[in-house]
Design a binder for this molecule. Sequence first.
Ligand SMILES: C[S@@+](CC[C@H](N)C(=O)[O-])C[C@H]1O[C@@H](n2cnc3c(N)ncnc32)[C@H](O)[C@@H]1O
Length: 303
Amino acid sequence: MTDRSTILSPETATPRRTPAAVFDTAREFRFERHHFDLIAGLLYQLAGIALAPHKVEMVYARLARRLRELELPDFDAYCALLESDGGECEIGFLVNALTTNLTSFYRESHHFDFLASVVLPQLRERNAGASRPRLRLWSAGCSSGPEPYTMAMVLVSAMGADLRRWDARILATDIDTHMVETARRGIYPLSGTTGIPPAIRQRFTVDTRLDGEPAVAMGDELKRLVTVKPLNLLEHWPMSGPFDAIFCRNVLIYFDRRGRTKVIEDFARMIRPGGHLFLGHSESLYGVSNLFRQAGPTIYRRE
Ligand SMILES: C[S@@+](CC[C@H](N)C(=O)[O-])C[C@H]1O[C@@H](n2cnc3c(N)ncnc32)[C@H](O)[C@@H]1O
């Protein structure tokens, strides 16, 4: 899936040494510091995600399941598999297993208010009278898809019939291929859709079932707007932009300074002047870039 050598050099690959004390010897599989360091190093090289030492339990729990599935005797065998010539496939699995995919509809809803009340009206004003104006939004690190579908709900609601005049598209990308599949399918357990206001849910979604349980499917009006693709933010980006707004929320928090700086510089190239970048609630551009001006809480305007 990825060329391991392209991203960051091996010297920087392991974020921090892990204290030996956290390695519990009473586990089903022996899991030692060198196993954790190799796995953490690969995840950092490939996804830019710096695993803190307190993540040992999480890493063990998620990968022990994988060892059982593969019927491997221990983590030595698993690490050998990762490092083998045919290990690329397993590395893809490793990234999927260790990324944090927490997300929800209308998460940090003030961003969607800003999209509806500032970004879209500004675009309409700029393009008044144009016959087929272009509108591009990007959910970078979209997880299973609630973020780009919420963007689509807001877009259709705020633009009304005028949207037909626009060449509007929402790109949604994630490194985790399972998340990309789920986002493409656009069907969510009913319990995961409580953030959607009832009137919006009624208008844009269809009741269905998923694994025998009540579920909600994104309607065609939303799906037509959203294109979901796999993309590692630390690699080359095939699209050329420019974007009017990028949502990259709760993703940079897992990167170290170097990864964050690379991605923010690339965003600055991808967002048109006057376009907006939305970050997660605990993320900031402070000390990372001076190409943006703060436009609201965790909202930045490209200069
Ligand atoms: C916590 S989720 C955030 C989802 C959504 N943006 C939100 O705020 O609700 C973080 C997502 O970032 C993705 N991710 C992590 N590293 C990435 C990378 N290097 N490139 C692209 N996506 C990445 C993960 O797979 C995960 O789905």
